[in-house]
Design a binder for this molecule. Structure first.
Ligand code: GLU
Length: 512
């Protein structure tokens, strides 16, 4: 790793425009792991300069997602901090002077083109070689800007309040390069970069100006973001060079894409293939469109961050299950892969299953209670619930599985899979269960060994293989062919319920 001098400061800088995609949470995680490994700070900055994309509730949703993942920012609009405000819309006044400084130095210019002018330019310049013409060094001389208008004209238009933007003056034919922590030496030909708007007509900065100014003012040392931002890097590098000096620039790391079944993983893939893509449930307040979250699907936060950490990183060992503390300890940006990481939902579920096994029943209890309550099963006895969780947790992949795997401990099954019993059912078996109920009824000490021994000796007496009786017994108590040891189930539900369930099943079989 490069020398780390001074305090590490990293940031996650989302635009609050909607739900938080798992790729976004992975960006948070890598930033956070890196910061904590070096005793640094993790900053959450809200990049809301595009007011047209503002979405009610999106910022709170981000806090909730991070908090569910067990990641608390050191500084944020909510947590405060010495470099605030942390919401870019509240820093509006600050950016203008940097845009003006760039104009003074000749690195930016005023542009007065209307929407129609831009559309006309795009239509006129479109060709086979240039299917989407950009506002760049080749085009700017035919537009309405400081290059084509006199200083007097420009000043007069500004004084008259003619709407205008400030654009960066991208040099032509220059090679812009930097050292990315993942991609290493990266270079761009400046001729492929357009003169991005830095300050909009409403006085708001664009993302490009704001991100550079804020990373500087907030003393960000390392900036890890998704690979989709790599193409913006040349603009940011030039802004760093022109405003603050390249020696001040954070070290960049552009994280590999997360891939779905067909290229970059999208929200649509989730809906199409039936897996969640967002951290938590999200309903877009504008369209009412609902997107399911990992949390509500039944993932534990430990599993969610664990599976995300391994989407693009490995520790160099076979180990796959990591706690947050272990990840902080083991994480290194050198072991983040360059190529895209394929999301595998089956593997994601495997992580969850592992974390359900690792967690003690006590720590799963509050969530299991919620799962049961959501299906109208109210549990008041925590001690009993703890015992049940311990019995069934190794059979659960998702937290939501706790309903099916444990509901029969709290109420009689709604449905009995009698079809599974019928083929091998006969009168002898019926007599066996009737007698077994009598024996259970007179049992004074209700424990697993007694319940099992009584069953086995009666089966021997009647010359029936116990294995042939255990499946019917399980279906009578549970409803289906699942669950832990059947005598343990009888023990837990108690004598009355056991006898009652056997009788209900016998009546149903007879009546069929
Ligand atoms: N506001 C950008 C986003 O929405 C931040 C990109 C960056 O980290 O520079 O993801």
């Amino acid at each position: 790793m490069q020398n780390i001098n001074g305090k590490v400061r990293v940031r996650f800088a989302p635009s609050p425009t909607g739900g938080l995609h798992l790729g976004g949470v992975r960006t948070v995680l890598y930033n956070y792991l890196f910061a904590k490994k070096f005793g640094g700070d993790f900053i959450l900055r809200i990049e809301d300069t595009d007011q047209t994309r503002f979405v009610e509730g999106a910022e709170d949703y981000i806090y909730n997602c991070l908090s569910w993942c067990g990641i608390e920012p050191d500084e944020s609009p909510k947590h405060g901090g010495p470099y605030g405000p942390y919401r870019q819309s509240e820093r509006k006044e600050l950016y203008k002077k940097y845009a003006e400084e760039l104009i003074e130095k000749g690195y930016a210019y005023y542009a007065f083109d209307t929407q129609e002018d831009l559309e006309k330019m795009r239509a006129e310049c479109k060709s086979d070689e240039n299917p989407s013409p950009q506002y760049d060094s080749k085009i700017r001389m035919r537009m309405k800007n400081s290059f084509t208008l006199s200083t007097e004209e420009v000043n007069a238009m500004i004084n008259e309040g003619v709407p205008h933007v400030i654009r960066i003056n991208i040099p032509s034919n220059e090679s812009i390069s930097f050292n990315d922590l993942i991609h290493h030496e990266v270079s761009f030909d400046s001729s492929t970069v357009d003169d991005k708007v830095l300050l909009k007509a409403d006085g708001m900065p664009t993302y490009h100006l704001a991100v550079v100014v804020d990373d500087y003012l907030m003393k960000i040392t390392h900036a890890f973001r998704g690979e989709e931002w790599l193409s913006s890097a040349p603009v940011h590098i030039l802004l760093w060079k022109y405003l603050f000096g390249l020696d001040q620039m954070p070290q960049w790391a552009h994280l590999p894409l997360i891939l779905g079944p067909n290229g970059k993983l999208s929200k649509r893939d989730g809906a199409k293939y039936g897996f969640p893509v967002y951290a938590m449930n999200w309903t877009d307040p504008r369209s009412n469109e609902f997107t399911e979250g990992f949390k509500e699907r039944g993932f534990l936060p430990e599993a969610f961050i664990n599976l995300l950490a391994l989407l693009g990183w490995n520790s160099g060992t076979e180990k796959e299950v990591f706690s947050l503390e272990e990840m902080i300890d083991q994480f290194s940006i050198e072991r983040v892969h360059k190529s895209g990481a394929k999301f595998d939902y089956e593997k994601a579920k495997w992580f969850n299953q592992e974390w359900i096994k690792i967690n003690a029943a006590e720590s799963l209890l509050p969530e299991v209670k919620k799962v049961l309550l959501s299906k109208s099963v109210v549990v008041e006895d925590d001690e009993y619930l703890n015992t049940i969780i311990t019995l069934v947790k190794d059979r659960c992949v998702l937290m939501t599985d706790f309903f099916e795997q444990s509901v029969y401990f709290f109420k009689n099954p709604d449905y009995l899979d009698l079809e599974a019993i019928k083929p091998k059912w006969n009168e002898e078996k019926k007599y066996f269960f009737e007698e077994y109920c009598n024996k259970l009824d007179s049992m004074t000490n209700w424990n697993v060994i007694e319940i099992e021994n009584t069953f086995k000796s009666l089966a021997a007496e009647k010359n029936i293989k116990p294995g042939e009786l255990q499946l019917p017994m399980r279906i009578m108590l549970v409803g289906g062919k699942f669950g832990p040891a059947v005598f343990e189930i009888a023990h837990q539900i108690g004598k009355t319920a056991t006898i009652q369930r056997i009788n209900i099943a016998l009546t149903q079989i007879i009546n069929q």
